[in-house]
Unconditional design. Structure first.
Length: 191
């Protein structure tokens, strides 16, 4: 998606070590018009998968998941990283490595909001190693839900996450695909 790629080149920052800082428009400060365009694109790409719910991870995945949900007319559930006192004692929980935090993080979902029989579309900000998305898939499968698709705003192809997800056998769509972040450059693929 050209609009997203241009914004990454203009306002994103390659911090080295495979870290792309996009918090001026995706995950600290959010550009609602850009996220709406991304959500519209995801809705078009996943219109035929028959999703009944969108699943993402707190906090960075919420903006693209929410705008996708608006265009598909679906609810969004996000995996929390800390269990609030309002959540029941029995929860779905998994651990996932966080590239930006440099440690394992918990992903927690209340069974009230994810049930067996749901058809889940996972939308997140990044597809890098695939670890967070695989964690979300584990939570959905534990709940008895079926994964019907995976979308991410940005794919860092050089981290190999897509190959980790292909065993799910669902469509995987990304809007900006980076093939290299050598030096201070950000290079996108044309395919």
């Amino acid at each position: 998606m050209k609009e997203l790629e241009e914004r990454i080149l203009r306002d994103g920052k390659n911090l080295g070590g495979g870290i792309l800082k996009v918090d001026s428009f995706v995950n600290h400060q959010v550009d609602p018009l850009l996220m709406d365009a991304c959500g519209r694109e995801f809705a078009s790409l996943f219109a035929s998968v028959g999703a009944t719910k969108i699943l993402t991870a707190e906090i960075s995945g919420i903006a693209p998941a929410l705008t996708t949900a608006i265009h598909l007319g679906l609810p969004v559930v996000y995996a929390r990283k800390h269990k609030p006192i309002t959540m029941p004692d029995q929860v779905y929980l998994t651990l996932s490595p966080s590239h930006t935090k440099g440690r394992m993080v918990e992903l927690i979902i209340s069974p009230e909001y994810l049930a067996g029989g749901e058809r889940v579309l996972i939308i997140d900000d990044f597809l890098a190693s695939g670890a967070t998305i695989m964690g979300l898939a584990r939570l959905a499968q534990t709940a008895g839900a079926t994964i019907v698709g995976v979308g991410a705003l940005v794919e860092k192809i050089f981290e190999g996450g897509r190959s980790a997800l292909t065993s799910m056998g669902v469509p995987i769509e990304t809007l900006a695909r980076i093939i290299s972040m050598d030096g201070d450059q950000i290079v996108f693929t044309d395919d």
